[in-house]
Design a binder for this molecule. Structure first.
Ligand code: PLP
Length: 367
């Protein structure tokens, strides 16, 4: 039996909320509120409240959010910033954008987030920030990371780009670090209709600086107090995100339901499932499994009409862009890279589609 299962279906999501989205876009055009403006400000207020943070500063991408949050922490040349070796390159690039040195730490083989012992061992007098990544939608162990940071007088900034609404010990991503960074790339759990990003923080001074930095260092048009950037969010994205935020909890709940069904249907199969929830509650931005023969697995699924992706096929330290890190070794990350594969997961995925994916996956790995 073949049944088409896309990796993600943004058209299905749009058709569910078309009326609300179309009205929001029309309002932006009607008001000509194209860059920042009242729709972005409204979203900032709502998203800060949603995350349980005092401030939200909307920007153009998650990468810009990371760059500015690191600048707010005072990161510059000569400083070290520790993060997980298994992440999207943007996490590490943001450190480089500040002129600082990225210190990669291998990941825990069960949770895929930075290994705590590794973090402890890699801390030096030059460490300025720990940048944990809530990879695949599952928060890093924030209580232990914050305790380690406090012991060494180091700042914590969350890379929550994949973890909108995820909780650790009942507290949402976005309120654990001194700041947290989000991406609203279209495929994210909360995705814009284009690029988008945000920083949440409780720090008034940081919030004021971040607002200036994203808009050429100005509070008032054409009055530039510092050299900043053009990292402004577009009005259209603010309005769309404002609509979509109202649906986020429902979408995350549905994603978690899909993950449960995958677990049921794949129990006992010859593959490694994502870690179950503990203090960390995942919002399943991705459902990543490990298999022994990934090429065959992906081919078998493709033949059955199922799309899969890999997050990420080449670790950052093996990328040409980070040739200077190529002699470093992160055995867990390197072992995972050829084994991991992401199965389709999104709120509109049907039970039949999940059962089809699970049946084909099981047949492929158990042959
Ligand atoms: C973990 C992580 N960090 C940073 C980013 C960068 O976000 P953006 O693509 O919005 O710049 C992403 C987005 O893909 C991400 O997944």
């Amino acid at each position: 039996m073949t049944m088409r299962v896309p990796f993600l279906d943004l058209k299905a999501q749009y058709s569910d909320i078309k009326g609300e989205i179309d009205a929001a876009i029309a309002a932006v055009i009607n008001d000509c509120a194209f860059v920042l403006g009242k729709y972005v400000a409204g979203f900032e207020e709502d998203f800060a409240r949603y995350c349980g943070a005092k401030h939200c500063i909307a920007v153009d991408t998650g990468t810009s959010a990371l760059h500015l949050a690191l600048l707010a922490a005072g990161v510059g040349p000569g400083d070290e910033v520790m993060t997980a070796a298994n992440t999207f390159i943007a996490t590490v690039a943001a450190i480089s954008h500040c002129g600082a040195t990225p210190i990669l730490v291998d990941v825990d083989p069960k949770t895929y987030t930075a290994d705590l012992d590794g973090l402890r061992k890699a801390i030096t007098r030059r460490t300025k920030v720990i940048l944990p990544v809530h990879l695949y939608g599952r928060p890093a162990p924030m209580d232990a990371i914050n305790a380690l940071a406090a012991e060494h007088g180091v700042t914590v900034i969350e890379d929550a780009c994949q973890a909108h609404g995820a909780t650790y010990a009942g507290k949402r991503a976005g309120q654990w670090g001194q700041a947290a960074c989000f991406s609203f790339y279209p495929g994210k759990n909360l995705g814009a209709y284009g690029e988008g990003g945000a920083i949440t923080t409780n720090n008034d001074e940081w919030a004021a600086k971040l607002r200036m930095w994203r808009d050429h260092g100005s509070r008032q048009k054409y009055h530039h107090e510092m050299i900043g950037y053009n990292y402004r969010m577009e009005g259209m994205q603010g309005a769309i995100l404002g609509v979509k935020l109202k649906h986020l909890d429902d979408w995350n709940r549905r994603r978690r339901g899909k993950a449960d069904r995958y677990r049921q249907k794949l129990a006992g199969a010859n593959l490694v499932l994502p870690p179950a929830d503990d203090a960390a509650q995942s919002v399943y931005h991705l459902f990543v499994v490990q298999v022994d023969d990934r090429s065959r697995f992906q081919e078998d699924l493709k033949e059955a009409g199922i799309d899969t992706l890999i997050h990420y096929p080449i670790p950052v330290h093996k990328q040409k862009a980070y040739a200077q890190l190529s002699s470093q070794s992160f055995p867990v990350t390197e072992r995972l890279a050829p084994r991991i594969v992401s199965l389709p997961i999104f709120p509109e995925l049907t039970q039949q589609q999940i059962d089809h994916v699970a049946a084909v996956a099981r047949r492929s790995v158990d042959l």
